[in-house]
Design a protein around this ligand. Structure first.
Ligand SMILES: [Fe+2]
Ligand SMILES: [Fe+2]
Length: 169
């Protein structure tokens, strides 16, 4: 439910609004990843989440830098999608009664988040180009590459973990 209108009447306002939402997305991910690391059984999966947590902290910093420059401050606007993805991920992990099945659930939850991030960052980077914010484009590009890398790494780990999940019980 929306309490008030953000009154987005030009592309720059939409751009800033979506950056503020991304800041909330990334902040929520820095809270979710430590729980995902703790629940992972596979060592490589744990390491992948751990290194993406470090990258995510950098994603927060980059967004703060862009927002400070574009809007004068870096305030988040709550991302409801990430809140829902986090709840769904936690539910799937809670319901998994086998280590490999739980890892498979964690990977799937993680990849949903990466794909969501890539979709939002892709649109925002395009707007940054149109608005002539070349320094923002560079920063957003670095983040998108790291999200892509995290997603591909999770696919590789899934290929190894899924057969164990298939053999469970
Ligand atoms: Fe991120
Ligand atoms: Fe990510």
């Amino acid at each position: 439910m929306k309490v008030f209108s953000a009154n987005l009447d030009n592309l720059r306002k939409l751009y800033i609004n979506q950056l503020q939402m991304l800041l909330s997305t990334e902040q929520q991910i820095t809270e979710a990843l430590p729980k995902m690391i703790e629940k992972s059984s596979d060592t490589q999966l744990k390491q992948a989440f751990q290194s993406h947590l470090q990258e995510t902290e950098m994603h927060v910093q980059r967004l703060e830098q862009i927002l400070n420059q574009a809007a004068g401050d870096a305030k988040p606007v709550k991302c409801k999608v990430m809140a829902a993805l986090a709840i769904e991920g936690e539910d799937a992990v809670k319901d998994a009664a086998d280590d490999a099945v739980r890892d498979a659930a964690l990977i799937s939850a993680g990849q949903r988040v990466e794909h969501y991030e890539i979709a939002v960052y892709g649109a925002v980077r395009r707007w940054a180009q149109l608005l002539g914010e070349t320094s923002h484009v560079e920063l957003l590009d670095k983040t998108i590459k790291e999200e892509g890398h995290a997603d591909h790494l999770l696919t590789e780990i899934a290929d190894r973990v899924n057969p164990y999940a298939q053999k469970a019980a």
